[in-house]
Design a protein around this ligand. Structure first.
Ligand code: TXA
Ligand code: MG
Length: 346
């Protein structure tokens, strides 16, 4: 049985908690430990140790050419990891750290395990906005490499139970701080060039970035779902339930028609919708991700809903689409990946 250290999600940074001290001790001993962040649960390990970082890749079944994000607990730690902080990065840090924003820098040589950066000259760094995450990193006194704490390809975990479901027997334990807030991962922004580029949309929106740095580009390979993305992780199938997902570019009637067709063929069909319409569909499983009139609730509930389909025996899932505004850009990016970019134009 893996350990489950239960803590309140609003730990006081001036107090010491035995659960956090214990979890941090395992990190210092180069073991991997999962913990909550404001986005999703992370699978943490000492970013300076090859041995520790290797354990992350093994536990997740993650391809080793996909680099990890390094998590820090205070802004001073950044100077240990990078030589130069470009002006745009400086502004974004002031505005959004701690928070769901990961920045790419030229790395300082010889500090981190090469395995963290998968041989790249750049490094991804973020300071999470979650008191439990910050307390663990602070207590460990180390930069902590942490991908999402799911088995590779699965939806990211937004609750400790998701981590247990995926990684039981593969890691020492999970610090259980309850459900995560944002629900989708951090926004990854490359600040090493002239214009900041969004490599992965996430919790901090394009509009919010624009407010602080003006011009912001979006990695073009995100749109088509092909080409070679600059963020290596974006090329793998991800977030997928066991049954195939199809996005439906159409009305609720179009979705219902597709469901009816599949059921006539003897298949069990699921629908992913929102609170507003969850009562309107006739299907084998109908799940709501949140409220369409507040996309933050959709981001918050997305991965749990995708995972919940695996508790049923649906053969096929039809999902409604969302406007690509605000956090909707991240929601649609994850849904498209979960669907393997299959969109039915009705
Ligand atoms: O919200 C999050 O960011 C969560 C929590 C746990 O902090 N972490 C997370 O990590 O989502 P992961 O490993 O699942 O995703 C990291 C993403 C991948 O798409 C990876 O390819 C990209 O960041 N990345 C990491 N280092 C990079 C680099 N040097 N250049 C470009 N992309 C990089
Ligand atoms: Mg991930």
């Amino acid at each position: 049985m893996m350990k489950r250290w239960i803590v309140e999600n609003d730990v006081d940074k001036n107090k010491s908690y035995p659960q956090i001290v214990d979890a941090a001790r395992f990190l210092q001993e180069n073991e991997v430990v999962a913990f909550p962040t404001e986005t999703v649960y992370g699978l943490g390990a000492n970013a300076k140790s090859d041995e520790a970082v290797d354990k992350i890749f093994k536990a997740k079944g993650r391809p080793s050419d996909n680099p990890l994000i390094v998590h820090i607990s205070n802004k001073q730690q950044l100077s240990e990891l990078v030589n130069d902080v470009p002006e745009a990065a400086e502004k974004l840090i002031s505005a959004y750290w701690p928070g769901p924003l990961t920045l790419i820098f030229h790395k300082k040589e010889g500090v981190l395990s090469e395995k963290v950066t998968a041989g790249l000259e750049s490094v991804a760094i973020r300071m999470p906005d979650h008191p439990v995450a910050l307390a663990i990193i602070e207590e460990a006194g180390l930069p902590i490499a942490a991908p999402s704490a799911n088995r590779s390809g699965k939806p990211s975990p937004t609750a400790a139970q998701h981590v247990v479901d995926d990684l039981e027997g593969r890691i020492v334990g999970v610090v259980d701080g309850g459900e995560t807030g944002v629900g989708v991962e951090s926004t990854v922004v490359d600040c090493t060039g002239e214009v900041p580029v969004i490599l992965r949309p996430g919790g901090v929106t394009r509009e919010q970035l624009h407010e602080v740095v003006g011009q912001v580009a979006v990695d073009p390979s995100l749109k088509e779902g092909k080409g070679a993305p600059k963020s290596p992780g974006m090329k793998y199938t991800h977030y997928a339930p066991d049954a195939p997902v199809y996005l439906v570019d159409g009305t609720r009637e179009d979705v219902q028609k597709l469901v009816d067709e599949k059921r006539a063929e003897g298949l069990k069909a699921g629908v992913l919708t929102t609170d507003e319409f969850v009562e309107e569909y006739r299907a084998d499983v109908v799940l709501s991700v949140g409220r369409r009139d507040d996309l933050n609730t959709v981001a918050h509930g997305l991965y749990n809903a995708l995972r919940t389909f695996n508790n049923s025996d649906v053969d096929i899932i039809f999902a409604e689409m969302f406007p690509e505004e605000g956090v909707g850009l991240a929601i649609m990016n994850r849904l498209q990946k979960a669907a393997g970019y299959r969109v039915i134009k009705a």
